[in-house]
Design a protein around this ligand. Structure first.
Ligand code: SF4
Length: 475
């Protein structure tokens, strides 16, 4: 008897690396339950929108995408029945019942802590249930189940992979939805993280980026029964044969512990790159944001990190036009940026998130003022990025070769500072770490050629890197 063709799955992921990671895990678990991948929503029997709540008007954008998918449901599909639509991610968590109430087309709303239950929830849809909302919190159960599933059927990942070690946040910055959508801080036990890292190495991974909404708050239970710091976890990961590079994101300044700072100077597998958001340079605005530190604390912290690792590439996040921000407050942000010298940074106009304290505050800044401040800030940040990139001309460093480039015979890799580097080499060399000499500087990447011999890592205090696509930050 002929077997029914596998049902097809399409996942559209928005926002941060945590969502990319979660989408991969959802794909794994559903492939394990008989789904095959579709390359576009039009061909899929199950479409998952893995949404992000950070961007402006995030919920509206999700509703408009659902409207587009609704037409898919109405299409003739050779007797396969209408496609099922799932809304996942932070908008699903924040809006929950509201999505089910407003949009008939959505079959299932599933929050970030409930993905491990997807096979069961989809079976309920197959039995005729509709508009299920599953948004309860059970982070430890979710991460353990998804990891077990990856063990059963590991996915080929390339040479660089994300590994979630922490979820949620207890900081309650007044502009941020994460504590409400991802829940309280939770760290995966050390044994579970190390086991997943071993499996990644078996699939060819050589670089691991540890993920968490507030990753440097990591306190996972170690084999000794005690909570381990992120630095201790990184130390253990760096002893796994095959892991050549380790990164982590996103961090909060208050959780940059002494051992983590020291690790940047001592652990050669920990890459010289740090994304450490400050959001504003004004003490008044930092207090209103509930960031719990002032500008002087951040500047001193950066000095200590640079003392440990002088060439570290620093990245940050900035919000302009927070409620009550005056021109003098904004000038303080520009002054902090000039003092620090960022390699690269992400900057946004403040946009109110429903349910957060700042959304209700008086003193909302007019959009035209926000736009003008953002333009000035980005001009300064771009000039710092350009300056560092130009300082890379003629320098040597190691590049991890990651994937084919757009041109024949070209590969793309990453520098230690997370810059995209284009060079000519055969595809067979993907996964190698090679010394290169930088020939030319582009807008968002470097061009280089492979050299032999000893490396000379630049030691300037102001490093820089190309942007990572789809990068969103919270801590
Ligand atoms: S901005 Fe970062 S530290 Fe603040 S509440 Fe959001 S996730 Fe937590």
């Amino acid at each position: 008897m002929a077997q029914a063709p596998a049902r097809k799955l399409f996942i559209q992921s928005y926002g941060c690396q945590m969502n990319v990671y979660d989408s991969e895990r959802m794909g794994e678990i559903l492939r394990h339950h008989g789904f095959a991948s579709a390359s576009r929503a039009e061909d899929a029997d199950l479409v998952i929108l893995n949404t992000c709540h950070i961007r402006e008007k995030a919920a509206e954008k999700v509703y408009s995408e659902i409207g587009r998918l609704r037409q898919l449901k109405a299409q003739e599909r050779d007797g396969r029945g209408p496609a099922k639509i799932v809304v996942a991610g932070c908008v699903a968590q924040a809006e929950g019942e509201e999505i089910a109430r407003r949009t008939e087309a959505v079959d299932l709303v599933v929050g970030p802590q409930t993905y491990h239950r997807l096979p069961n929830l989809i079976a309920r849809l197959d039995h005729g249930e509709r508009r299920i909302v599953a948004t309860e919190f059970a982070t430890d159960e979710k991460l353990a189940t998804l990891a077990a599933n990856a063990r059963a059927r590991p996915l080929a990942r390339g040479v660089s992979a994300f590994l979630t070690v922490q979820e949620g946040c207890d900081k309650f910055c007044t502009f941020c939805v994460v504590p409400y959508t991802r829940g309280a801080e939770f760290s995966r036990p050390v044994g579970q993280v190390l086991a997943e890292a071993h499996r990644l190495v078996e699939t060819g991974v050589r670089e691991i980026t540890l993920l968490g909404q507030n990753v440097n708050a990591y306190r996972g239970k170690g084999e000794d029964g005690k909570p381990w710091s992120l630095a201790r976890l990184i130390g253990a990961l760096s002893r796994i044969a095959g892991i050549e590079r380790i990164r982590y994101t996103t961090s909060h300044p208050l959780d940059m512990s002494d051992d983590l700072i020291a690790a940047h100077g001592e652990n050669e597998r920990l890459m010289p790159y740090l994304h450490l958001p400050v959001q504003s340079g004004s003490d008044k605005v930092l207090a209103a944001m509930n960031r719990r530190h002032d500008a002087a604390f951040y500047i001193d912290l950066i000095a200590r990190i640079r003392a440990a690792r002088p060439d570290i590439a620093l990245s940050g996040d900035f919000i302009v036009g927070f409620p009550g921000e005056t021109e003098a407050d904004f000038e303080a942000t520009l002054s902090l940026v000039r003092t620090i010298g960022y390699a690269q940074a992400y900057s946004f106009k403040y946009s109110p998130r429903p349910g957060t304290p700042a959304a209700e505050r008086a003193g909302q800044v007019p959009d035209a003022v926000k736009a003008e401040r953002l333009r000035r800030l980005q001009e300064l940040l771009n000039s710092q990025q350009r300056a560092f990139n130009e300082a890379m001309q003629g320098t040597r460093f190691d590049v991890l070769l990651e994937r084919p480039g757009r041109h024949r015979g070209q590969l793309v890799g990453r520098s230690p500072y997370l810059q995209a580097v284009h060079l000519n080499a055969s595809k067979a060399r993907i996964g190698e770490i090679v010394p290169v000499l930088v020939d030319a500087i582009g807008a968002n990447s470097l061009s280089a050629h492979i050299v032999s011999g000893a490396l000379a890592i630049p030691s300037s205090g102001c490093a820089s890197f190309g942007a990572v696509e789809g990068f969103e930050h919270t801590a």
